[in-house]
Design a protein around this ligand. Structure first.
Ligand code: PLP
Length: 221
């Protein structure tokens, strides 16, 4: 679907120079290039913390673990998304509650979210699709009313801007408590390989997510 070879042809010199820089320093993991990207993305999104990680699936998992969600907690998400959104909920033994999307945008329907809320609901995962931001005004109101976490799955929405009812604008992925994204090569912002990140404005959550990421990396080692 995406002509990655054609894309590479257009930016080959820049990419090769960047790759060479990393290869020459052997700073492959969390090196200066990753830190520079992290800072640039924080500035672009206007968010306090960008935490890079291995891929979008890990990012979602780290968000859910970092928020302390427990087996049996219900997590409401869209029935039209990539498998990873629901896969991670199930992996952590949380209960996925799938609700329908809006027919015009294919983004999660806030009316359907409200109908699905029960005393066991702990979080909502809106999935911003096709570069469009879900209806975050209503989703954040619902979250506040029912004391729920909002984890934005921004893998297909990075760069979208949401305009609130009062005219304020914010980038998708900076509105909920925490957000995840994927840099899979064919994504809105793709990388050469696998990559992902978590975004949050909450200092305590950022610290917890960073520690959760390191713990997952240690398990893998
Ligand atoms: C909406 C959505 N969430 C999560 C993911 C998972 O990202 P990754 O493939 O980097 O693990 C993807 C893409 O694959 C996606 O499209």
């Amino acid at each position: 679907m995406v002509d990655l070879t054609g894309q590479y042809e257009g930016i080959k010199a820049q990419i090769n120079q960047g790759m060479e820089k990393v290869l020459n320093t052997a700073a492959f993991i969390n090196g200066p290039e990753v830190h520079a990207f992290q800072k640039e993305l924080e500035a672009y999104l206007d968010v306090k913390h960008v935490i890079p990680c291995a891929n979008g699936t890990d990012a979602l998992q780290i968000c859910m673990m970092g928020l302390g969600l427990q087996p049996g907690d219900e997590v409401i998400t869209a029935d039209f998304t990539f498998a990873a959104t629901v896969e991670v909920i199930a992996l952590l033994q949380l209960t996925p509650v799938l609700v329908d999307v809006e027919p015009d945008t294919f983004n999660i329907d806030p009316v359907a979210i409200e109908k699905a809320i029960t005393p066991k609901t702990k979080a909502i995962v809106p999935v911003h699709l096709f570069g469009q931001c879900a209806n975050m005004d209503t989703i954040m109101d619902l979250a506040k009313k029912h004391d729920l976490y909002v984890i934005e799955d921004n893998a297909q929405g990075i760069g979208a801007t949401h305009t609130f009812k009062d005219g304020t604008k914010k980038k998708s992925g900076t509105i909920g408590h925490v957000a995840s994204t994927s840099f899979f090569p064919s994504k809105n912002l793709g990388c050469y390989g696998d990559g992902g990140a978590i975004f949050t404005n909450d200092d305590d959550l950022a610290h917890t997510m960073g520690c959760t990421k390191d713990t997952i990396m240690m398990w893998l080692v």
